[in-house]
Design a protein around this ligand. Structure first.
Ligand SMILES: Cc1ncc(COP(=O)(O)O)c(C=O)c1O
Length: 467
């Protein structure tokens, strides 16, 4: 099939597909193009087709693909020292980078410490165990429950899944996961409380759910974990005014640690160093990954505040570890990424509330999609946006899950050389279709124009195919 693409080249969409791959792929039914090169916002496959990466892979790439100085930094580190085990050595790159990250995380993390992992799920596991060890060390050994939210995602390992609320990703593993209390997630487009006051009070209703859940734990709650902006599961839903402030107060009142999962939203993605900065929230533990290395190497970080480090790590070893903690080559990549995003002022570029930034232009352009009958909501912050699709706009009725609307739009977008992140389940864990969009911060106005035009065409094509 021939389609017009973002680079205006008519390209055959038959990708280089190997019939029986030896790779245990995410899906054995889907055909995957062979990616061979990346530069800026683009990725090329082995057929020479170019794709505009409007999803930053999966909200990973922030500085753009193919930045030579990152691979140079990694190669230099590898040439000097590829690896040592953290039970035997620390390294200059770990010490310097940890100091830089603490400074990037802001004053609240002064004299804290950074625990480096290989990604988001490992970091979440680390944060959960750190919270538990903290409670034990301060003489609260009964505290082990982690309160989290429905419609959240914190990772795919069993511990991270146990605190996640993404129904589809948990379902078959439920007999294997430890169940912790889950509370409701504010979702303004489909608020379960009376949202007629412009969201002035629903935030308090959702916060009250947290207090009730903590009280129901009867002194066993160790921590509350949350994504400041919901990630893939709901698609960049922004919390209502006052909600996070109340969450902080409730956690403090009950001596429950606050863990901010900024795996997706951290490192500038929302136009602040960390998304919690939008609401002046100071978590006890801040978890980040994805944009931390922008995908140049597997990397995650648990940034622990002084309060947590002094106590949990002060009295004995942290009873936790992975072989590849603080891998020097990954750290060299992360450090070079941090330098790059600071020198290029990419956090500012991702600020959708400032005038004339790529993020502000992206917001404005995406909002034009609301003219389409199937687009019910456009929401987000910075360079993290969700577009939700509905079968009927006035009633907000979703498409049926079997229609696979988000998936079909994803396929129609891919044909047009556009990479997006389709998801289902935003309404109730099963129905509801949306796209998550998170382009690299180096995206230009022309690229945004092209991407949004193609996205609009992809949505119209997917709707027409239902008729
Ligand atoms: C908010 C959030 N937490 C944790 C994770 C897990 O990270 P990883 O896939 O790097 O293990 C993700 C992944 O999408 C995420 O979005």
């Amino acid at each position: 099939m021939l389609v017009e693409k973002c680079d205006n080249a008519a390209v055959n969409d038959s990708s280089a597909v190997q019939a029986r791959s030896a790779v245990f792929r995410r899906s054995f039914r889907k055909e995957f193009p062979f990616a061979v090169r990346g530069e800026g916002v683009y990725v090329w496959d082995a057929n020479g087709s170019r794709y505009l990466d409007l999803a930053g892979s999966a909200a990973v790439n922030f500085i753009g693909h193919g930045v030579g100085e990152i691979s140079t930094a990694m190669a230099e580190q590898a040439a000097h020292l590829e690896f040592v085990h953290t039970s035997q050595f620390t390294t200059p790159v770990a010490e310097e980078y940890a100091r830089e990250l603490l400074a990037f995380a802001g004053d609240h993390f002064r004299d804290g410490a950074v625990y480096f992992t290989c990604g988001g799920s490992e970091s979440i596991e680390t944060a959960l165990k750190l919270a538990r060890q903290y409670q034990v060390e301060i003489g609260q050994p009964r505290r082990h429950q982690i309160v989290s939210r429905h419609q959240s995602y914190h990772g795919s390992t069993l511990g991270a899944l146990s605190v996640s609320g993404n129904k589809r990703r948990r379902e078959i593993y439920l007999p294997m996961v430890r169940e912790f209390p889950h509370i409701g997630m504010p979702y303004c487009y489909r608020c379960i409380y009376d949202g007629k006051d412009g969201c002035r009070n629903c935030g308090q209703e959702y916060a009250a759910e947290l207090e009730r859940a903590i009280e129901a734990c009867k002194g066993e709650a160790a921590a509350f974990i949350f994504e400041p902006l919901s990630g893939a599961t709901l698609g960049a839903v922004v919390p209502p005014p006052g909600y996070l402030k109340s969450v902080v107060e409730i956690c403090q009142r009950h001596n429950v640690l606050l863990i901010a999962d900024e795996v997706m939203t951290g490192m500038g993605r929302t136009g602040r160093n960390f998304a919690v900065d939008h609401w002046d929230v100071k978590p006890d533990i801040l978890v980040t990954a994805k944009g931390l290395s922008s995908g140049y190497a597997p990397l995650g970080a648990v940034i622990a505040s002084k309060k947590v480090v002094t106590i949990a790590a002060g009295s004995g070893p942290f009873l936790h570890g992975f072989t590849y903690n603080a891998h020097p080559i990954s750290l060299a990549a992360g450090r070079a990424v941090l330098r790059r995003l600071q020198l290029q002022k990419l956090v500012g570029a991702a600020d959708s509330s400032a005038a004339d930034t790529p993020a502000a232009y992206f917001k404005k352009s995406l909002e034009t999609l609301l003219d389409l009958p199937a687009v019910g909501d456009v929401r987000g912050l910075g360079l993290l946006w969700g577009v939700e699709f509905v079968a009927d706009k006035p009633s907000k009725r979703p498409f049926s899950p079997e229609q696979n609307m988000a998936g079909n739009i994803g396929v129609a977008a891919l044909k047009r050389g556009l990479l997006v992140y389709p998801m289902q389940g935003c309404v109730d864990g099963t129905s509801g279709d949306h796209l998550l969009l998170a382009p690299p911060a180096v995206i230009t106005r022309e690229q945004i124009d092209c991407a949004v035009n193609q996205l609009s065409a992809a949505i119209r094509e997917a709707c027409e195919s239902l008729r």
